[in-house]
Structure formats: structure tokens, C-alpha cells
Design a binder for this molecule. Structure first.
Ligand SMILES: Cc1cc2nc3c(=O)[nH]c(=O)nc-3n(C[C@H](O)[C@H](O)[C@H](O)COP(=O)(O)O)c2cc1C
Length: 291
């Protein structure tokens, strides 16, 4: 099941979705066992921003019949805290490290890309573009021209692979993917969460502290499949598919739709070893069918 992805040799095609597996907390809970049987072929960090963020006020989660709505709000220690505390711990993982970054201006993203670009511990960068550009007011990942301008700014800053994480909350996702490819992205990943909302049944008011949140899990699987399929028709660069993957069959579907790698997200909350299970189910299915 080994696979080559942007110059990285991975032992299988299953990685984690950003923000859904805390390798440092899991390492404290499971110790060396986690390192020996790490569930993913590469580790994607949660989103790192330039400055520390508290995240959104609670409540931050709403459980759906088929998944979750989260309004976590990207809490993190910021670039300096990440370099000091998280990076040395994550560098111990037995798999390549992909750092996910987000900024609210091109300059902010550029500073993050330049800082991680020079770190030997970092194998690749994922750009989370589900954020408005404060300078233009446009969601960076929803507009082909915004994405092209962002890549023009950051592409010269690193020779490490750049993966653009597309938002599904865009009118024409394949057009954004094409613009990313045209401006030098090495890969695209999708889908990020879909905007959703829940009301407190007692008060009728928004349940989540952030009012709206991101829908993930089984509820978004069909959307992910359609978007990966559409993007695969539009670009030649590799695709990381994600959205509701809970089994090897789900992963195989995304690969048949055009994904080279598949990320497991929400399912890891239910089963922290889901990555390993999905990879072994996928290997069994692939042995019996043409992927
Ligand atoms: C609790 C939670 C936190 C997340 N945090 C991030 C994040 O920090 N950065 C990011 O790019 N995506 C984040 N995501 C989105 C996931 O990486 C993934 O794109 C999405 O959840 C779809 O996959 P899934 O249905 O398998 O969860 C988060 C999702 C969840 C549920």
C-alpha cells in the first residue's frame, strides 16, 4: 500500500485530517505504543496561526446523527509557541510531518510559510484557506484570483510541497483548484467542513458559542465524493480526499474519485485507532479490486 506523494514515501495512503487528532495528547495517553503503531502514514498538524488564538467561546460542539458541528475556532499557541513546544514533540513521530497554517492576510501566510519552510522537521505545508483576507474581504479559498495571488506570494518562499486545503463553501471549487495548480501548488486537499448551525431546543437560540460551525463526519461524505471527483477532472496535481471517512470502503471511494491520499477526521474522535483500521480495510479491498 506504499504510495509516493509530492516526493514523500508513505507506507500507506491514510493520513489524519487537520485538527482531529492531537498526537501530543495521544502520546501522553498511549506512550510508546502510539509511536510503534502510529495510526497515520503522515501527521498533519492542527492549524497554526501567527499569533496565539483562544478559539471560540463554548459550547463548541454539537453532535448530529451523522457527524458533528464544531466551532472550535482554531485555538493554538501561535507560531512562536508552536516552534517552541509542539514542533520538538511532533518531530519524534515516526512519519513525515505536514504543518497546516492559516493567516488573515497574504503577508501573514507568507511569514508562516517562510518560518516552517526552513525547518528540517517539516516535510510539507498545508495552507488552510478557509479564512477571509482582511485586505480584500474575500474568503481566500473561495475565489480563484485570491488563491492565485496567495500562491504567487508564498510559492517562492519554500521548496517544500505546498498543499492547498480547499473550502467546500465556494461557488466553483474546481476553478479554485485549477488556480492553485496554475500558481504552483503541489497538491490540493478537500473537503474542509461545511458551514452549519444548530439551535438550542430549549431556548431556540444558536447552540454554538460561535453561532455557526463546520459540519463534518458521515453527513458530508457524499459532498466530499462529489467535490473530489469534480476537482480530479480539473487538475493533474495529487489530491488528498477527506470528509466522513470511517472505513476502508469510504477511503476506496475517494481514491476511485481521484484522491491519492485519504484523510480520516471526525471518525478518530470515536476511535483513535481509526486510521490503522481504515488503512488495513483499504489494503484488503485493494487486494481484491482495481483501485
Ligand atoms: C473538531 C474539528 C477540528 C478541526 N480543525 C481543523 C483545523 O485546525 N484546520 C483545518 O484545516 N481543518 C480542521 N478541521 C477540518 C478537518 O480537517 C476535515 O477537513 C473535515 O472535518 C472533514 O473531514 P471529516 O468529515 O473526516 O472530519 C477540523 C474538523 C473538526 C471536526
Amino acid at each position: 500500500m506504499s504510495v509516493e506523494f509530492c516526493g514523500l514515501e508513505l507506507v500507506h495512503p491514510i493520513i489524519n485530517a487537520s485538527g482531529t487528532f492531537d498526537a501530543i495528547a495521544a502520546g501522553r495517553a498511549f506512550g510508546e505504543e502510539l509511536i510503534e503503531r502510529f495510526p497515520f502514514a503522515a501527521f498533519v498538524s492542527k492549524t497554526v496561526t501567527l499569533q496565539p488564538r483562544q478559539g471560540n467561546p463554548p459550547p463548541r460542539l454539537w453532535e448530529l446523527a451523522g457527524g458533528l458541528i464544531n466551532s472550535i475556532g482554531l485555538p493554538n499557541q501561535g507560531l512562536r509557541g508552536y516552534l517552541q513546544h509542539d514542533l520538538p514533540e511532533l518531530a519524534r513521530l515516526p512519519v513525515p510531518l505536514i504543518v497546516n497554517v492559516m493567516g488573515s492576510s497574504r503577508d501573514q501566510v507568507a511569514e508562516l510559510v517562510a518560518a516552517f519552510g526552513e525547518r528540517a522537521e517539516v516535510a510539507a505545508l498545508e495552507l488552510n484557506v478557509s479564512c477571509p483576507n482582511v485586505e480584500t474581504g474575500l474568503l481566500m479559498g473561495a475565489d480563484p484570483a485570491e488563491i492565485a495571488a496567495l500562491l504567487d506570494r508564498v510559492r517562492p518562499l519554500t521548496s517544500k510541497p505546498l498543499i492547498v486545503k480547499l473550502t467546500p463553501n465556494a461557488t466553483d471549487v474546481p476553478a479554485v483548484a485549477r488556480a492553485a495548480q496554475g500558481a504552483g501548488a503541489d497538491a490540493v486537499s478537500l473537503i474542509n467542513t461545511l458551514r452549519g448551525m444548530a439551535l438550542d431546543p430549549r431556548t431556540g437560540r444558536p447552540w454554538l458559542g460561535g453561532v455557526t460551525g463546520g459540519v463534518s463526519g458521515a453527513a458530508v461524505r457524499a459532498v466530499a465524493l462529489a467535490q473530489v471527483h469534480a476537482v480530479a477532472q480539473a487538475v493533474e496535481i495529487p489530491i488528498v480526499g477527506m470528509g466522513g471517512v470511517a472505513s476502508g470502503a469510504d477511503a476506496l471511494d475517494l481514491m476511485r474519485a481521484g484522491a491519492t491520499l485519504v484523510a480520516v477526521g471526525t471518525e478518530s474522535f470515536r476511535d483513535p485507532a481509526a486510521g490503522l483500521r481504515v488503512a488495513s480495510e483499504l489494503a484488503e479491498l485493494a487486494a481484491n479490486s482495481a483501485v
